[in-house]
Design a protein around this ligand. Structure first.
Ligand code: ADP
Ligand code: MG
Length: 298
């Protein structure tokens, strides 16, 4: 097991940042840790990288205990912090060489991670001369130096422009083929673009833990129908697999079904059986984005 978290809670003074969190991450897998700002993502990541200690609970990274085997955990993990502290006056190789020394890593590994993260054309520059996208690559190169099995990346794509975003996503995806990647984000599309699984956290609690496939499969469907006459909601609630009926305006109804099967023919039959005319009939899929908003009440 790459990451195993059991009943972790974290209090900052009076404030509970994490409330009894448990989850597991296998290898190799890219798992998105999704939640709005302040949800507790960075706190969880700092605990897993041994930067801070939990108030309660246990966790293991690469089967090493975060409280009892700190050093082994640190050697197993590559960490890209949320605000990556780069030294702008340092050259890329100089920065990586310093960290290579800290980890006792061979110098040839520096060139390897430069190549691996696509830094080669910029590697002769000072970090301060690099774009945000390339600075993130330096952070990733640094996290990869000691060839850890697990990468913990705190909001690795935040603040990147669209081109940089695509490049860094691709880089993370290729890293994820061999290593376990646990990355945080507050943007649902990031999860859709990169991850095999998503763990959604809100106010320090886990509200969903699903593969992307599961999320898509239990996606709800909304059928928007306009009749030529008023219909009682209770009547429409008799349709199969209906979750909710909302009369949005006039004779227009939004019917939520808990299935991905196209339910329009059922609505059509319903109208026919009740001598109603259908003036319009459309199907919408509840997107992952709206599911995230719903789960986190945003
Ligand atoms: P996220 O990374 O999801 O935005 P954080 O883990 O940074 O969330 O923060 C979770 C909550 O804990 C927030 O309400 C934040 O204000 C609070 N918090 C984070 N770090 C500290 C700290 N060092 N001292 C006090 N409160 C903190
Ligand atoms: Mg954070």
């Amino acid at each position: 097991m790459s990451i195993s978290v059991e009943n972790i809670s974290k209090l900052y003074g009076e404030q509970k940042a994490l409330n009894n969190i448990s989850f597991k991450v296998n290898k190799p897998e890219i798992v998105g840790f999704l939640g709005p700002n302040g949800a507790g993502k960075s706190t969880m990541m700092k605990i897993l990288t041994t930067y801070i200690e939990p108030t309660e609970g246990e966790a293991k990274v690469n089967d090493f205990d975060i409280a009892l085997q700190k050093q082994q955990v640190q050697l197993s993990v590559g960490y890209l912090p949320e605000h990556n502290p780069l030294y702008l006056e340092q050259y890329v190789r100089e920065y990586l060489a310093f960290n290579a020394q800290v980890y006792g890593v061979n110098k040839t590994r520096i060139e390897e991670v430069i190549e691996l993260t696509g830094l080669t054309p910029e590697a002769h520059k000072k970090i301060g001369q690099l774009s945000k996208g390339y600075r993130q690559r330096v952070g990733l190169a640094n996290a990869l130096l000691h060839n850890p099995d697990v990468l913990i990346l705190d909001e690795p794509t935040t603040g990147l422009d669209p081109n940089q975003l695509v490049d860094i996503r691709n880089l993370i995806k290729s890293i994820g083929k061999e290593k376990t990647v646990f990355l945080s984000t507050h943007i649902m599309q990031e999860v859709e673009a990169m991850c095999d699984r998503v763990i959604i956290i809100n106010k320090g609690e886990i509200v969903a833990n699903k593969t992307l496939k599961e999320l898509r499969d239990d996606k709800e469907q909304v059928v928007v129908v306009e009749f030529d006459y008023r219909v009682e909601d209770a009547f429409l609630l008799k349709l199969p697999k209906v979750k909710q009926v909302v009369n949005t305006h006039d004779f227009v109804y939004e019917i939520t079904f808990t299935t991905t099967d196209d339910m329009r023919s059922h609505v059509f039959d319903f109208a026919h059986d009740n001598q109603l005319k259908i003036l319009q009939l459309n199907q919408k899929n509840a997107s992952l984005e709206s599911m995230f908003r719903e789960l986190t009440n945003q």
